[in-house]
Design a protein around this ligand. Structure first.
Ligand SMILES: O=C(O)CCC(=O)C(=O)O
Ligand SMILES: [Mn+2]
Length: 178
């Protein structure tokens, strides 16, 4: 199940946040193992959260040490507006249409509740599937939009051949002791 809020941030708020993220966030390109092969993730990532949290995905540990004020305020807003819990944000940077994310669920044992994903920059098409045999739903994630997605929904951000500028998204999560 999902909920899409097209203009969670208005144009100027979204522009301002994108400029802040582009200037301040230090990115990493991760490498991980899939079926015995070493893969370089086709995107960049960064994360922040309450000090001392550990969130493991794709076999990599992500520890948080605190929040920049801009993101702490944003997180507080998402929590308040949607009665969500969140103490961690994972950011993805898709540099162009060849950066992507494969099918997965955000159902790690150390996560609780839905994930709220704020999109900035280029519009990208997002795919979702509610079950093994369900049809794929497609939605365009626009600059300033928020998507709230539950743990059971499989999703992906496929590559595209269209010439696109970069897209950054901020995924607010609730990390609990696994
Ligand atoms: O880029 C997106 O909208 C999806 C990102 C995502 O699924 C994730 O970070 O778990
Ligand atoms: Mn996800």
């Amino acid at each position: 199940m999902y909920r899409y809020i097209p203009e969670y941030l208005d144009r100027s708020q979204a522009d301002e946040l994108l400029a802040w993220v582009a200037a301040e966030v230090v990115w990493q390109q991760e490498k991980y193992w899939i079926y015995g092969r070493r893969i370089t993730a086709p995107r960049l990532v960064a994360w922040y959260g309450d000090p001392g949290l550990s969130y493991c995905y794709s076999g990599m540990m992500h520890r948080s040490t605190g929040w920049p004020e801009v993101l702490a305020l944003l997180c507080a807003g998402v929590k308040k507006n949607f009665s969500l819990e969140s103490n961690f944000v994972l950011l993805n940077r898709y540099r162009d249409g060849s950066d992507s994310m494969g099918w997965h669920k955000d159902d790690e044992s150390e996560l609780s509740g839905p994930v709220a994903s704020l999109s900035l920059g280029a519009t990208r098409r997002f795919h979702m599937r509610e079950g093994q045999n369900a049809s794929t739903q497609k939605i365009d994630l626009e600059h300033g939009s928020l998507l709230i997605l539950d743990r059971q929904t499989s999703h992906a951000l496929p590559k595209t051949k269209r010439k696109l500028k970069e897209r950054i998204n901020l995924t607010f999560r609730h990390v609990v002791d696994a």
